[in-house]
Design a binder for this molecule. Structure first.
Ligand code: EPU
Length: 421
């Protein structure tokens, strides 16, 4: 198992480009199950969750050819309609195969994802939507068994604008008979990317980018191609890496409108942001970082996937910041590890009270999930001395070569094989 050995205290400087979005790819890839033939996904990030999805699709008979960042997927021969526990337990986004398989083949057997590192994360909304479209759903031995001769359009209203349930329902509705309306749909850019891909395949969708989607089902969809949007969470993580080390970087290929909430909070914290043509510059060289409260919410609010990284930044800010997660109430596994580095943070319910300290000091810390690991790396970059971040396989799930990108900006991170768990 690899760990990172980080020599802290190096200011980050230079230019770095943002990779394709993990969470967009994880929706675009299963969407190809709705077609027969070869589709091409450009700007696909080479990270472990994408490789897990390739493996999951290959078990169904899908073949993939991944060259550089171009992923070619061939769905000509689908043999099974199953997502086994062994892969779903590794990656919850596997649930995205449920909608397309059911809609196209009338049958899907998908392992229930179970809990995750920071809470239950139910899938009731995915199942409710498919049932409303006429699916018969049984739970047997830990598996969802979904059947439908033909899904029918339905009026669906989500209590919570779930990203995954919106994506699954969109894919299912694209081939359903009649019109489906998804009310209180997620508006995340990854959902917009998926909807645009479905349109390119021949789907009829109105309201893209809004919280009411109307899908007119069609009989057939054809293979297509699409550019994956840039990863807004990687962009935010790189910006905070520069901010926390009082550096100055230029991000290439980020979409400012996807990260507006993050840019705005960074400015409130006293960090200089300049938007250029196809670039975003951050300059924290002369900044005294101020404490700024954050409450996560759905897009275009501040993303829960940046909560841990914001806490890392606030741990070295001037003042006290309250960081509240309204999406995942228990997503604070990084806090005790940040405290090991000298941070002053107390969690009450779903709010972390972060009192800025003058310095963090290197120590061994443990990754518990993807974004928690990112926050530990950020803290390690700013800490005095050496920080060892164990179990970086969590990080490898969602960031493409993050240590290489950070080292290209002047960080000192070594990936080392380790027997420590
Ligand atoms: N929820 C339900 N029932 C459902 C589905 C969701 O109650 O059937 C609740 C969840 O428990 C949560 C809220 O709704 O409180 C939002 O969950 P959502 O369904 O939107 O999350 P997701 O689709 O499972 C995606 C991302 C996550 C990201 C969330 C929120 C992917 C593959 N994953 O998850 O990304 O945190 O949206 O933005 O797109 C990450 O990249 O680190 C990550 C965890």
């Amino acid at each position: 198992m690899d760990k990172f050995v980080i020599k802290g205290g190096k200011k980050l400087n230079g230019k770095v480009s943002v990779s394709g979005a993990k969470n967009a790819s994880l929706a675009l890839m299963p969407a190809v199950l709705l077609t027969s033939g070869i589709s091409r996904l450009y700007n696909t990030p080479r990270l472990n969750d994408v490789f897990t999805m390739i493996k999951l699709l290959s078990q169904m008979g899908v073949t993939s050819n991944f060259k550089d960042e171009q992923l070619e997927i061939n769905t000509t021969e689908i043999k099974t309609y199953e997502a086994p526990y062994e892969l779903v337990k590794k990656m919850r986004a596997s649930i995205y195969v449920l909608g397309p398989l059911l809609s196209r083949y009338g049958y899907a057997k998908v392992s229930l994802p179970g809990g995750c590192a920071w809470g239950p994360r139910p899938i009731n909304l995915h199942l409710m939507a498919l049932q409303k479209m006429g699916a018969k759903i049984d739970l047997e031995q830990g598996y969802i068994i979904a059947k439908a001769n033909k899904l029918n359009g339905a009026k669906i209203s989500f209590d919570i604008p779930s990203v995954g349930a919106t994506g699954n329902t969109l894919m299912a509705a694209a081939l359903a008979k009649g019109t489906t309306v998804i009310n209180n749909a997620a508006c995340e850019p990854e959902i917009t990317n998926l909807a645009n891909f479905l349109i390119k395949m021949g789907a009829k969708i109105n309201g893209i980018g809004t919280s009411i989607l109307e899908i007119q089902g069609v009989d057939e969809l054809t293979p297509s191609e699409i550019n994956t949007i840039p990863d807004r969470i990687e962009a935010g993580t790189l910006l905070i890496a520069a901010a926390i080390t009082k550096g100055s970087i230029e991000l290439i290929d980020a979409n400012e409108y996807h990260i507006y909430s993050i840019l705005s909070k960074l400015e409130e914290a006293g960090i200089k942001i300049t938007i250029g043509k196809n670039s975003i510059q951050l300059d924290a060289t002369d900044s005294e970082i101020k404490s700024v409260d954050v409450s996560t919410s759905v897009f275009p609010g501040f993303p829960t996937d940046m909560q841990a990284q914001w806490i890392a930044l606030m741990s070295l800010a001037n003042g006290t910041a309250n960081v509240t997660d309204t999406i995942y109430f228990d997503r604070f596994n990084h806090v005790p590890e940040l405290v090991r580095l000298g941070a002053d943070i107390v969690v009450n319910d779903n709010t972390a009270r972060v009192v800025g300290v003058k310095k963090l000091t290197g120590a061994k810390v443990m990754s518990t999930d993807l974004r928690a690991s990112a926050s530990l790396v950020l803290a390690g970059l700013a800490a005095e001395g050496t920080t060892e971040v164990l179990r970086v396989y969590h990080l490898d799930r969602g960031y493409q070569k993050i240590e290489e990108k950070l080292n290209s900006l002047g960080a000192d991170i070594q990936r080392v094989q380790s027997s420590e768990y």
